[in-house]
Design a binder for this molecule. Structure first.
Ligand SMILES: [Zn+2]
Length: 591
């Protein structure tokens, strides 16, 4: 009889709780951060990356209403029902956030480093300013040598600590500028320091601008570092990479790993003796820089078809030409990878192996070894009758002669050259081979390329080109309605903001502009006769685009701008015809 009492009390209490004031308050607790996230963070994210902002707004609104209805429509007779409703509401809100993040993170308009992460969701309301990452005067990165061991940070206040900060500063500034490479070149009492940003060399900005002060010498201008400081910074990185710091002539290179927060990157440190000191290069992510799928090289469709056919043919010689830093190594590696290294014998002769290719034997040529001759190395490779041989450069006529002797029926040779165009490469090859007959006998193709910067799709600006400008490029004014130029800013809630995707530069990433010329009997006859003008006409007749035409196509489809096309093609004309170097200038051979 007494046993009824507790139950009655509980029921009464439940009825009382049903109207308790804290229940709606409790419902608000998960609702408020959700609403904040949607309105302050997700909405801006959509505005910054041109995602369908209004549609997402509607989706979130509907989900919010559904979540509240789910919570209050539960039969609230029991406490269990209230908690069930509360739980369902949280699940709906969390699912909304998860689905949004999942979908926008897969959107290619959002660059990798701006993907939303659960851990930083509530901190991303402000746009990241990459330059704000550089904090002067303090060691902030962990440095690991090739054996993964940490390089100890010296005590603060010592000259060693200041050097460490100075060495880190160069790397941090380069990363903030989205540089892929840092170069130090001795120039008298100073060093010229440059960053390579999307294939464009710019003076390295190593200090924040400071107002001039009396009695205080101004810091060196961008791109210049005091000689002794630069030499110490170079030696710091050489020591970190466990290179022989006493060696000041031979080329050495090794990798270091740097870690900052959750970011980890590999840097290849290379140094070689030059007249006034050491010439050093710090290359970020060396392997990633030369890894590209065939479809990502930037070939136009007919060119891709021609190059694929050339690779499949698998016989004779194909010249791969580009000026330094213009993607030649990437193209060499990509075509080498198209050959099956497991069923056939695929080899390379290289001075710098930038990435290891699975199944491929990559022979390193050391120009400083006693009695080393590039041509001898190439000859011994060819004697083994490889199916494919990639030759990273042709430094002299002897090497060219060895390549001429290769068995064209059994071996495909890809030979890299420094040249601005396929025709220039053919002319150089003709000269190097020495004998017209030998030069053309095995020649099957010539490929040349230059890299062009791709417009940032997040901030590029569409405009209507003037008829005059179109005429200049031989384009029909009535057909071209719109072109794009670089932007650099986006509007977020009607306020211009530095575009987060490109950091305000207006370009993100590079793509090749190619010439792909297969060489058949007709072309061989023209080359043999030394008739390059006739050869040019022959390629035109076959409607094979040259580099400028390839760049123009990329401007027409909005991949790049007319200004960038002009930059790339005029630099090309101004560039001197690259003579064959006496000694392999390996430091210049990059992605
Ligand atoms: Zn942009």
């Amino acid at each position: 009889m007494q046993s009824h009492l507790p139950i009655d009390v509980t029921l009464a209490a439940t009825a009382h709780i049903l109207v308790a004031w804290w229940k709606p308050v409790l419902l608000l607790i998960p609702f408020l951060p959700w609403a904040w996230l949607i309105s302050k963070n997700f909405d801006k994210h959509c505005a910054r990356f041109h995602l369908p902002r209004e549609q997402w707004g509607t989706v979130h609104l509907v989900v919010g209403v559904v979540a509240i209805l789910a919570a209050i429509s539960m039969p609230m007779k029991s406490e269990a029902a209230f908690w069930a409703g509360f739980g369902v509401m949280i699940i709906i809100l969390v699912a909304d956030v998860a689905v949004f993040m999942n979908i926008v993170n897969k959107d290619e308009r959002v660059p990798e480093n701006f993907r939303l992460k659960v851990s930083t969701l509530f901190y991303q309301a402000k746009a990241k300013d990459p330059k704000a990452k550089v904090v002067a005067g303090k060691s902030e990165i962990a440095v690991r040598g090739p054996d993964k061991s940490l390089v100890a940070v010296p005590d603060a206040g010592t000259p060693e600590y200041d050097l460490r900060v100075s060495a880190e500063n160069v790397v941090l500034r380069a990363q903030a500028a989205r540089a892929s490479q840092i170069d130090f070149d001795p120039a008298g009492n100073t060093y010229r320091v440059t960053f390579l940003v999307d294939g464009v060399r710019v003076p390295a900005v190593l200090h924040d601008p400071v107002p001039p002060k009396e009695g205080v010498p101004p810091p060196p201008p961008p791109g210049v570092m005091a000689g002794p400081e630069a030499a110490k910074v170079i030696d710091f990185w050489r020591a970190a990479a466990k290179l022989d710091v006493a060696e000041r002539r031979k080329k050495q290179s090794a990798d270091v790993i740097i870690e900052r927060g959750t970011q980890r990157s590999k840097i290849r440190i290379s140094a070689i003796g030059a007249q006034a000191g050491l010439r050093a290069t710090m290359l970020f992510d060396p392997e990633g820089a030369v890894r590209r799928k065939f479809d990502g090289l930037g070939l136009l469709e007919p060119q891709a078809k021609e190059l694929r056919a050339l690779v499949e043919d698998g016989k004779g010689l194909v010249l791969l030409a580009a000026p330094p830093d213009q993607g030649r190594t990437t193209t060499l590696y990509t075509v080498i990878k198209m050959h099956d290294a497991y069923t056939s014998n695929v080899q390379t002769v290289e001075i710098d192996v930038q990435d290891s290719i699975e199944g491929v034997r990559q022979n390193i040529f050391d120009p400083f070894a006693d009695g080393a001759e590039f041509s001898t190395t190439v000859r011994s490779m060819l004697r083994r009758d490889p199916n494919v041989l990639g030759v990273a450069e042709i430094p002299d006529t002897n090497t060219a002669k060895e390549i001429c002797r290769a068995d064209a029926e059994r071996t495909r040779v890809y030979a890299c050259m420094k040249a601005d165009s396929a025709l220039q490469a053919i002319a150089q090859w003709y000269k190097l081979a020495g004998d017209p007959e030998a030069a053309v006998k095995n020649l099957r193709g010539a490929v040349a390329q230059r890299l062009i910067r791709k417009l940032c799709t997040n901030c590029r600006v569409a405009y209507q080109p003037s008829p005059d400008m179109l005429k200049k490029f031989g384009l029909p004014p009535d057909k071209i309605k719109q072109l794009f130029k670089k932007g650099g800013q986006v509007l977020v809630k009607n306020k211009p903001e530095t575009c987060p995707a490109c950091g305000g530069i207006g370009f993100v990433g590079l793509e090749g502009c190619f010439e792909v010329y297969p060489i058949g009997d007709a072309e061989r006859a023209l080359i043999k006769a030394g008739n390059l003008q006739g050869l040019r006409q022959e390629f035109r007749k076959k409607q094979l685009p040259d580099i400028q035409q390839a760049a123009l196509r990329k401007a027409l489809d909005g991949t790049t701008s007319i200004e960038e096309l002009v930059r790339v093609t005029t630099e090309q004309e101004q560039a001197k015809p690259a003579p064959a170097p006496a000694k392999p200038a390996s430091a210049e051979q990059k992605a």
